[in-house]
Design a protein around this ligand. Structure first.
Ligand code: ATP
Ligand code: MG
Length: 413
């Protein structure tokens, strides 16, 4: 991609109406544009990152036999009356409104009320179970405090997986598989997420949050410095300074961001929607359910909160908008021709390259933009570099001179 043609521009000054690091850097870098509090447009750079995160999530959901579907976001009232959630939490969370002829609708903020009757249509016998369905879709929530950029949107991307089982054992087994898949997702995204008990006591094994430690987090957790056992403070049985109940290590207190959440729902939704099946013994039994959520847009915001310095974002390679940022410094013919040649050779080798070919931008501006945008590898073509390419990783200070063959080696092409 030629940077001269890229839609969206970098901005030097932080936007006046943003306080969170992720919103400031993503706006300044030309990744997102704020429409109103908690509602953002993803510009070409930002959409590339979001799609990469969503693809990592999709890969890992497919690996645990999830089947992708797409449910509507526009949802009729009736399903929500059945579960009780039309009025509780009702408008506290759900955007609700009237269509024609007084018919009431709400915007989807979670989808148990849709997926449960959907599965009922195709489930009668034990042979139809288990089944695992997921979608990646924008959710809508009437959040009270939407001032943390992508961390808390009124509209945001969510992956929601729902699992349906014959019995509690099968659900418990799959719950552990989903938990392991979540750990892989966050690692692949460059995040260390602590598996945190969402509620203390006997309920704890039925719900886990995935919490990323950062001082900007909205949640407080207690966690073990040695084995990483963790509980959310809201319900905690342990506190800072305690000995870890699992390994005896030190329990610390820290601020954290919840990037994922998994629940063992059991029959909470299968009962109101009469989702049952006939078991091998001929008896009719309720279906056991689990639900598993991740917010790819919140993950994107969290990555920025964790991976940045005072100059800008430092994307992990797995989610970076491009693999390589090629900077042409100077417009003289040998430099311009060489930069173009290297750009084309990298493209031919299948490398995602952002080529800063802008003729009006100064060298200083190009370097500052490269640091702000945060692509993992920067290549500079200049008179000074001569025959070679000046190579710098965004995460390191060291600059090396290399040939194109050497560059290709470090990006594995
Ligand atoms: P929180 O306690 O932060 O409001 P939640 O418990 O309501 O989160 P879930 O309903 O479990 O969240 O949603 C699943 C995932 O969706 C969360 O783990 C988070 O990654 C993401 N998510 C939830 N609400 C938002 C939001 N307003 N903006 C962005 N992502 C969100
Ligand atoms: Mg919430």
């Amino acid at each position: 991609m030629l940077q001269s043609k890229l839609f969206g521009k970098t901005v030097k000054e932080p936007p006046k109406d943003e306080v969170s690091v992720n919103a400031i850097l993503l706006s300044r870098g030309g990744f997102v544009d704020k429409l109103t509090a908690g509602v953002y447009t993803y510009l070409p750079l930002g959409l590339r990152v979001l799609r990469k995160i969503q693809q990592i999530v999709r890969d890992e959901m497919n690996a645990i036999e999830g089947q992708e579907i797409l449910m509507p976001a526009l949802l009729p009232k009736d399903n929500w009356v059945k579960s009780g959630r039309w009025s509780d939490p009702g408008k506290e969370v759900m955007f609700q409104f009237e269509g024609r002829a007084g018919k009431e609708f709400g915007l989807g903020w979670t989808h148990e009320e849709i997926v449960t009757p959907l599965v009922k249509k195709f489930t009668s016998s034990y042979k139809d179970l288990p089944v695992y369905l997921y979608q990646i879709q924008d959710k809508f929530r009437n959040e009270p405090r939407a001032k943390s950029g992508l961390m808390r949107g009124l509209e945001f991307s969510m992956k929601d997986l729902y699992s349906f089982h014959r019995d509690a054992d099968d659900l418990a087994k799959y719950y552990q598989e989903a938990l392991a898949a979540y750990q892989k997702i966050f690692l692949r995204c460059g995040l260390e997420a602590l598996v945190t008990e969402a509620s203390g006591g006997s309920f704890s094994k039925y719900s886990h949050e995935f919490q990323v430690l950062t001082e900007f987090g909205e949640d407080t957790i207690f966690y073990c410095a040695s084995c990483h056992y963790a509980q959310n403070k809201e319900v905690a049985e342990i506190k800072g300074g305690d000995n870890c109940p699992k390994c005896g290590g030190n329990i610390l207190e820290g601020k954290a961001i919840e990037v994922g959440n998994i629940f063992s729902l059991k029959t909470k939704y299968s009962e109101p929607f009469n989702l049952e099946y006939t078991d091998v013994d001929g008896k009719v039994k309720p279906v056991m359910m689990g639900c598993y959520g991740i917010g790819p847009s919140r993950v994107m915001g969290s990555i920025v909160e964790i991976h940045h310095d005072d100059k800008g974002i430092i994307w992990p390679a797995s989610v970076a908008p491009f693999a390589v940022h090629l900077l042409q410094i100077g417009t003289d013919e040998p430099v311009a021709a060489k930069a173009k040649k290297i750009y084309n050779e990298l493209l031919e080798a299948g490398v995602d390259v952002l080529f800063d070919d802008r003729s009006e931008a100064s060298a200083g501006q190009k370097f500052a933009d490269a640091d702000l945008i945060g692509i993992p590898l920067r290549l500079v073509i200049s008179v000074k570099a001569g025959d070679k390419i000046e190579v710098k990783k965004r995460s390191e200070a060291k600059i090396e001179l290399m040939t194109l063959a050497q560059v290709k080696k470090i990006i594995n092409v």
